[in-house]
Design a binder for this molecule. Structure first.
Ligand SMILES: Nc1ncnc2c1ncn2[C@@H]1O[C@H](COP(=O)(O)OP(=O)(O)O)[C@@H](O)[C@H]1O
Ligand SMILES: [Mg+2]
Length: 399
């Protein structure tokens, strides 16, 4: 990973080093004795201690105040502190733990439910930060009173780094895709579109003198006029589909009306479009994302669902914009749906691209599908991103 990485670098968290740890041998008896004493386990129960000690995860046992009492070999390797150095310290302070929510809430959940799990950021001995998947369990004494905390931590820095760089890459790819679509739309409209418009005008001028032409030439002229007009219309539609100028100029509502009208004509599907009147203008990123999601959803309905109808609902509430696109088709095959709701696997980029756009904007996307049809629901926070039309940059040139 690059030097800008927020995490530690080096081999200790790589899969190779994890493999190395896995193949390392057992330890000497004197150490086991120390561990069993600190953990408060009778020497006769050494097998359990031995297991905890040899586990590759970092295992920490703390008393009810959070003071470290047991620190296994996995923890030594993960954090760089020996058991002797770690024991007696307050765990969260010692490891400078950053919690995903307020620490008091984590503690409350742990004591109420008896367990907590989540991701933490902690510091190694040399100050480097590591990402950790943590599972914490409340230990109880014979009377059922809380007596300590068992914490099992796994170093996921390597996976986190890979995830962050993948996300950076997909953000960049979607940006490039949008920029490229805008550029091609503008080129098509401004050069090919203008040349075709000029051709239509020239042919119309000849048509004004059609009386001077022989019948065969007149017939060819009529055909040429029809074809050039058709090509001009097609280029215009293609350019608008790549990036509708109305999206920047008049906003999402008008761009969606245009999209749906054209889609109904081309697909023969019946589409209902409901947009709440208070929607107004949104930030350019939000409008582009929502337009692309509707566009992709309609294409999916046409290509995959077999549904004769589709419904699009768009509204705003509680600082969010909510979009729902549904059909009454055959539904997404269960295996495909499971993959789409998981990591995305090797499937097409359409739904994955939608999810990525939504994730970038801090929202969430839900995909529900069955024999009654499919519904894509998106919620995006508007934040302080709502903008006046003047702040929207111009897209492809208007007609
Ligand atoms: N509305 C829908 N109805 C039925 N199946 C769908 C629908 N939308 C998506 N799918 C299924 O989900 C798969 C993934 O969709 P997507 O990510 O858009 O990729 P692509 O459209 O390129 O195949 C499709 O191949 C199809 O099997
Ligand atoms: Mg698709």
């Amino acid at each position: 990973m690059g030097s800008s990485s927020p995490w530690k670098t080096g081999p200790s968290n790589s899969p190779e080093s994890q493999q190395k740890r896995a193949t390392e041998g057992t330890r000497d008896g004197s150490r086991a004795e120390t561990d069993s004493q600190t953990f408060g386990i009778a020497p006769s129960d050494l097998s359990l201690t031995e297991l905890l000690r040899l586990a590759h995860d970092g295992i920490i046992v703390a008393n009810i105040d959070g003071m470290i009492q047991f620190w296994n070999r996995g923890a030594e390797e993960m954090y760089g502190w020996s058991a002797a150095e770690a024991c007696g310290n307050l765990a969260a302070e010692f490891l400078r733990t950053e919690f995903p929510q307020r620490r008091a809430e984590v503690t409350k959940k742990l004591f109420e439910l008896g367990a907590w799990q989540g991701e933490l950021v902690q510091r190694m001995r040399d100050g480097r930060r590591i990402a950790v998947a943590s599972r914490q369990v409340l230990r109880r004494d014979e009377e059922g009173k809380p007596s300590g905390i068992l914490e099992i931590n796994r170093d996921i820095t390597f996976q986190k780094e890979a995830q962050i760089s993948l996300q950076r890459l997909s953000v960049r790819l979607l940006q490039l895709q949008d920029e490229e679509r805008r550029r091609i739309a503008r080129e098509l409209h401004d050069s090919t579109g203008q040349s075709l418009a000029a051709l239509v005008i020239h042919l119309s001028a000849i048509n004004g003198r059609i009386g001077t032409l022989d019948p065969t030439s007149a017939e060819i002229l009529c055909e040429a006029m029809k074809l050039s007009q058709q090509a001009s219309d097609e280029i215009r539609t293609l350019s608008y589909l790549l990036h509708p100028p109305t999206l920047d100029l008049a906003g999402l509502t008008s761009a969606l009306k245009w999209l749906v009208d054209g889609f109904m004509q081309r697909s023969k599907l019946q589409v209902e479009l409901e947009i709440s009147t208070d929607l107004g203008r949104l930030h350019q990123n939000l409008e582009t994302a929502l337009f692309r999601i509707v566009q992709e959803s309609l294409t999916n309905i046409f290509r995959h669902s077999g549904s004769p109808t589709a419904t699009i609902r768009l509204s705003r509430s509680d600082g969010n914009v909510n979009l729902e696109v549904s059909d009454r088709g055959s539904g997404i095959p269960p295996n495909t749906l499971a993959t789409l709701n998981g990591t995305g696997g090797e499937l097409g980029v359409g739904i994955r691209g939608m999810r990525e756009r939504v994730r970038q904007l801090g929202g969430n996307l839900e995909l529900i599908s069955g024999s009654e049809g499919t519904t894509v629901t998106v919620r995006l926070p508007i934040g302080d991103q709502a903008q006046s039309p003047a702040s929207h940059s111009p897209g492809a040139a208007s007609t």
